[in-house]
Every structure is written in C-alpha cells, then in structure tokens.
Design a protein around this ligand. Structure first.
Ligand SMILES: CC(C)(COP(=O)(O)OP(=O)(O)OC[C@H]1O[C@@H](n2cnc3c(N)ncnc32)[C@H](O)[C@@H]1OP(=O)(O)O)[C@@H](O)C(=O)NCCC(=O)NCCS
Length: 210
C-alpha cells in the first residue's frame, strides 16, 4: 500500500505563499470535517453545471461521505494548516457512488481479476481548485488500486468531475439521469480507465503552476 501520510503536495495558500498539503488516510474522526468540505466544494465548484436545487438535493445522498471507505482504509484527506483541502478515495466494493445515506449500498467485495476498482467521492476546497490536488489524489488512488491487483477503474462522475477524470485518461460512457431520493434528477457520467503498471506513480507529487 502507498504510505499516504508521507505524500505532500505543494499548493498556494490564501496568502499566495506556497504551503504543503499533506495527504493521509481519513479516519472516522474526520467525518464531520469531510462532510463540511463536500458541501463547500459542491456549492463552490458545481454551479456552472447544476442548479442550486440539484446541488442541495445531492448533498447528503449522492454527494456524501461513505464511511465504509474510511473503515477500509481507502479514503484520503489532504490537510493544510489544520484544515481539510481535499478528500477522495477508491474502493474494492461494488457501490459506485453515494454517501452513507444514499440508497442502494452494495458492500460486496469486487474481484480484482475481473472487476474494476471504484474511484469515489473527490472534493477539493474551492480556494485550492485547479492546483493539481484532484489529479494527485487520483494518482494515489490508482496506484493503490493497482497494487491491490486491479487493472482498471471505473466511476460515476459529476459534470465538474468529468473534466478532471477526462484530463486523467478516463473515457466517458453515455450520461445517465439519476433520480435523487427527493425526486430531483441530476446528470452523471459513467467513466472507465485501464490501468498500466506505471499508473499513478509519477503523478502523486507535484505543486502549483507558476
Ligand atoms: C472535480 C474536482 C475534484 C477537481 O479538483 P481540482 O483539484 O480542481 O482538479 P485539478 O487541479 O487536479 O485538475 C486537473 C485537470 O483536470 C481538468 N479540470 C479540473 N477542473 C476543471 C474545470 N473546472 N474546468 C476545466 N478543466 C478542469 C484540467 O485539465 C486540470 O488540469 P489543468 O488545471 O492543468 O488545466 C473539483 O472541481 C471539485 O471538488 N468539484 C466539486 C465536487 C465534484 O463534483 N466532485 C467530483 C465528484 S465525481
């Protein structure tokens, strides 16, 4: 397994100085802070793609914390100045997306020899968007999935997420119109990627562009 607590990633903080965000495995003590980050990221970075009604309906259901990943040790947070700036993970279980309160959890284990690992629940604080945190976290997840024997990954992307994953080699399938528990409909995009032996290794570290 990749030692997530050892991965550091340089970002520009609010005062425009370079600071190190530290990726580590999430713990159950992080759940409240992760929930806050999910809401801040969804509200701050999804408005070009979704209405406020869709965003609020998705928070706590399709967009939320899946504590199973935290218990599995496959969910990461990036910490900066004692606050969380990014979270995201991968999964060896069937569930494709959604938090604890989303219906349709499928906790059965995937078979790495035939199934694709899941990429799950990526969120970056708007103050730190477009600095490479999403790409670095994805590389970390892919490298771990690869070292657990998976040769491909799949996910169900939000429309903002689709741009990150497309930039990282994911191929989009036909969009789906997902009905949230409240009845509100929202567009998501299933995506897949074939992993290579080198997957992730070179992208885990990095820093802000000048
Ligand atoms: C999707 C998200 C996690 C991306 O995080 P990020 O740290 O800003 O992404 P990165 O900086 O690593 O971006 C890597 C590449 O992805 C693409 N990309 C990411 N965000 C983009 C955007 N808003 N517009 C266009 N391209 C984008 C670019 O190619 C980018 O490379 P570049 O900045 O060198 O051009 C973040 O926007 C977010 O939290 N969105 C709201 C929550 C959400 O929908 N999460 C996805 C759940 S599936």
């Amino acid at each position: 397994m990749v030692a997530a607590s050892l991965v550091e990633f340089a970002v520009r903080d609010r005062s425009c100085t370079t600071a190190l965000a530290r990726f580590r495995r999430a713990s159950l003590d992080d759940v409240l802070a992760i929930e806050r980050l999910v809401a801040v990221a969804a509200r701050g970075l999804s408005r070009e793609d979704y209405s406020d009604v869709q965003i609020e309906a998705a928070l706590g259901s399709a967009l939320g914390v899946d504590s199973q990943l935290i218990r599995d040790g496959t969910y990461f947070v990036a910490e900066l100045h004692d606050g969380l700036v990014a979270c995201g993970g991968w999964s060896k279980r069937m569930t494709l997306f959604g938090g604890d309160k989303d219906p349709g959890r499928q906790p059965s284990l995937l078979d790495p020899s035939s199934d694709a690992a899941r990429i799950r629940a990526f969120f970056v604080h708007p103050d730190y968007a477009r600095q490479g945190l999403g790409r670095a976290m994805l590389a970390l997840c892919e490298a771990e999935a690869r070292s657990s024997g998976f040769t491909s990954t799949e996910l169900v992307a939000t429309l903002p997420g689709e741009r990150l994953y497309a930039a990282c080699g994911y191929l989009a399938q036909a969009p789906i119109e997902h009905t949230l528990p409240s009845g509100v409909r929202i567009r998501f995009v299933p995506m897949r990627k074939q992993l290579t032996l080198e997957t992730g290794a070179s992208d885990v570290t990095g820093g802000p562009r000048t």
